[in-house]
Ligand binder design. Structure first.
Ligand code: PGA
Length: 248
């Protein structure tokens, strides 16, 4: 295992309600302390209540997206300044659901990452190939292209981001990448980062896509897998806590 401290981030997607969130968060809080860093990325409207629940703990919170713009006539968007005001430590950017359903380009994702960093919010930049791309042997090319836009845009701040490798075919399908498949891509991404920054060794590369209590430890045992971005299993305190413990 590497010396990098693990990071486990829950991505709640568009799930939750005030009572359900309170129960989930208290279940996570009750299981502390964790040896890994732990965070939850919640829907925008739940950020204030989440912040209040977690403020006295070492569990961080964040958003699932962030505008590339500072302010202005962008109906429905939320700026990184607003996220910073709410104490967000993280903002997921470029999740495959946003790339696919909202047409987000590599450059837009990179601009969002830059906007987040500008306010001290750490972007968790998601990259990953579809099943068709994997079957066509395009995995390396796709993830490198996606990461390269962010590397160029962040320039000297590259090492400040977190990268999440999330193969699209593994998200929400119960079909996780094997630890070997994930490690292979993480190693590629680390090499690409090494060419861009002397701090690549300290950067966290998360794996996401059907991470569950029963497969987390094997994924975390790989040298370039520094934690997880967890969707479905982040909605149940027992499962999320088990994944956080597997990272300890
Ligand atoms: P999943 O989602 O764990 O439900 O596969 C992961 C993600 O989309 O971040």
């Amino acid at each position: 295992m590497s010396a990098r401290r693990k990071l486990v981030v829950g991505n709640w997607k568009m799930h939750g309600s005030h009572p359900a969130n309170a129960e989930l968060l208290s279940g996570i809080m009750a299981a502390r302390p964790f040896a890994a860093d732990v965070a939850v990325c919640v829907p925008f409207p739940y950020l204030p209540a989440t912040a209040l629940s977690l403020i006295d703990s070492d569990i961080r919170w964040g958003a699932q997206d962030c505008s590339a713009h500072k302010q202005g006539a962008y109906t429905g968007e939320v700026s990184s300044t607003m996220l910073a005001e709410l104490g967000c430590r993280f903002a997921i950017v470029g999740h495959s659901e946003r790339r696919a359903m909202h047409g987000e380009s590599d450059q837009l994702v990179a601009d969002k990452a830059l906007a987040a960093l500008g306010q001290g919010v750490t972007p968790i930049v998601c990259v990953g190939e579809t099943l068709a791309q994997r079957e066509a042997g395009e995995t390396a090319g796709v993830v490198k292209r996606q990461l390269s836009a962010v590397i160029h845009t962040l320039a000297h701040c590259v090492s400040e981001m977190v990268v999440a490798y999330e193969p699209v075919w593994a998200i929400g399908t119960g079909l996780s990448a094997t630890p070997e498949q994930a490690q292979e891509v993480h190693q590629l991404l680390r090499a690409q980062l090494q060419a861009a920054t002397p701090r690549a060794e300290q950067m966290k590369l998360l794996y996401g896509g059907s991470v569950k209590p029963d497969n987390a430890a094997a994924l975390f045992a790989k040298p370039d897998i520094d934690g997880a971005l967890v969707g479905g299993a982040a909605l149940k305190a027992v499962d999320f806590v088990a994944i956080c413990r597997a990272a300890g």
